[in-house]
Design a protein around this ligand. Structure first.
Ligand SMILES: Nc1ncnc2c1ncn2[C@@H]1O[C@H](COP(=O)(O)OP(=O)(O)OP(=O)(O)O)[C@@H](O)[C@H]1O
Ligand SMILES: [Mg+2]
Length: 408
């Protein structure tokens, strides 16, 4: 569902400027109301869903600052103020009154996009705190890559950030790649606390308050993270008993517990797989990856019900030896839950900057494929920041190449 926007502008020029800027961005928002007077504006209150107000600084003349103060007493209201021109002192007054951003009219075409993304994330976060929880116990979803380097960590991290940003229930990501965990780095987080420091203090009892003090917070999304040990030799501190206790506790407090793992099937990985509700096996269109996936499937099918197992095909648009996703699905006899395209530029810059691509490049095909997966997992509750196409759209170049190869 798009996030509603209420417009409160003071003249035609502002109205046109906002409409123009909104028509050029792809944020998942919808203007659902407009107010001409402060009284009309308050008719939109009280609101029951997170709502963004775009309000002109001149809307109520000198009373606009106090209007913002009144609006923002409502926890679900996010207010962006339009200034007639750059004015730092006025901007400060509005921010102090509770606005989340101020935009000079001239900057609207360039800045509205970033300002709205921020407002949408905040709206979800407060929505999350307001809405009574709808889950009994959280779902444990383990990502496992049968071949190293197929992209397991990148995908699970971006999925976790997407779910935490654009869905109301709380999400935690556990890095069980105990020797070479990369989740904290992918999120640009400094792992001040890790599962190894938890293990050092663990004495058989674990309650949520204690566990919570070892969770890192990814501020941009609200995602909580239990990071992997900072050095490989600390991995051995983490026992299967601790891992089981961690999941039992997290399940009572998070709707989605996502888990990254290493290719090596240690007993801690098996403990997570045993407790999981879903196992997403990440693979690629590469014969070695497919071969390992086949071996792993043989083993997992003996241990777990087959509906727990699903495939995520990374770099699905890279064709190797003529292998297609359909052939892989048939050969391995397992449904492909998601196909993730290859995009070196988006992936590598996201990794190198420590900013998940779902936040950095929400319009990329890579992000869109993660938003589709998030919708499969969380259903209607997931509201992506941009409208998501049903299928991966093929670019004109890809279609042309297919044509040349006689595939079309
Ligand atoms: N869809 C993609 N498009 C482009 N590059 C990708 C894609 N998926 C992953 N990569 C790149 O592949 C590299 C490895 O990714 P990642 O660390 O997530 O793999 P992994 O399976 O977790 O590896 P490991 O076995 O070391 O844990 C990263 O540098 C990432 O940028
Ligand atoms: Mg990894």
């Amino acid at each position: 569902m798009p996030i509603p926007i209420i417009l409160a502008v003071s003249n035609e020029q502002e109205r046109l400027a906002v409409q123009q800027a909104l028509s050029e961005i792809r944020e998942n928002v919808e203007v659902t109301g407009a107010a001409e007077t402060p009284e009309e504006l308050f008719r939109f209150m009280p609101i029951s869903v997170p709502t963004i107000f775009i309000l002109s600084a001149q809307f109520a003349k000198n009373a606009t600052v106090s209007l913002v103060e009144r609006l923002t007493t409502h926890p679900l209201a996010q207010v962006i103020v339009l200034l007639p021109q750059e004015d730092f002192s006025l901007a400060r007054q509005f921010i102090r009154a509770g606005a989340i951003d101020t935009l000079p009219l001239s900057q609207l075409p360039f800045e509205l996009h970033a300002s709205l993304s921020n407002a949408i994330r905040r709206a979800h976060r407060v929505g999350r705190e307001q809405i009574p929880r709808s889950f009994q116990v959280g779902r444990v979803i383990v990502f496992y890559g049968p071949k190293g380097g197929v992209g397991t960590s990148l995908l699970v991290t971006n999925l976790a950030v997407a779910l935490a940003s654009y869905q109301p229930e709380p999400v935690v990501l556990v890095d069980l790649n105990l020797q070479f965990g990369s989740v904290a780095t992918l999120l640009g987080l400094r792992p001040e606390a890790t599962i190894a420091s938890l293990a050092q203090r663990f004495q058989g009892e674990l309650d949520f308050e204690f566990l919570q003090s070892f969770l890192l917070k990814h501020e941009e999304s609200g995602l909580r993270v239990l990071a992997a040990p900072s050095r490989p030799e600390l991995a051995e501190l983490v026992t299967t008993f601790l891992v089981e206790r961690v999941f039992q506790v997290l399940r009572n407090h998070f709707a989605f517990i996502l888990v990254d793992t290493s290719t090596i099937l240690q007993d801690t990985t098996l403990a997570a797989l045993d407790i999981s509700d879903q196992i997403l096996i990440v693979t690629a269109l590469d014969l070695l990856a497919i071969r390992n996936t086949q071996l792993v499937l043989e083993m997992f099918r003996k241990l777990y019900p087959s509906d727990r197992l699903k495939l995520v095909l990374n770099r699905s648009n890279v064709r190797f030896s003529g292998l297609t996703p359909e052939q892989v699905e048939e050969f391995l006899n397992i449904p492909i839950l998601a196909q993730i395209p290859s995009d070196g530029q988006v992936a590598v810059s996201s990794v190198n900057e420590g900013i998940p691509f779902v936040l950095r490049s929400p319009n990329s095909l890579l992000s869109q494929s993660i938003f589709r997966l998030a919708t499969i997992i969380a259903g209607e509750q997931f509201t992506p920041p941009v409208p998501v196409a049903e299928k991966v759209q093929e670019g004109a170049l890809q279609r042309f190449v297919k044509f040349l190869l006689g595939e079309e």
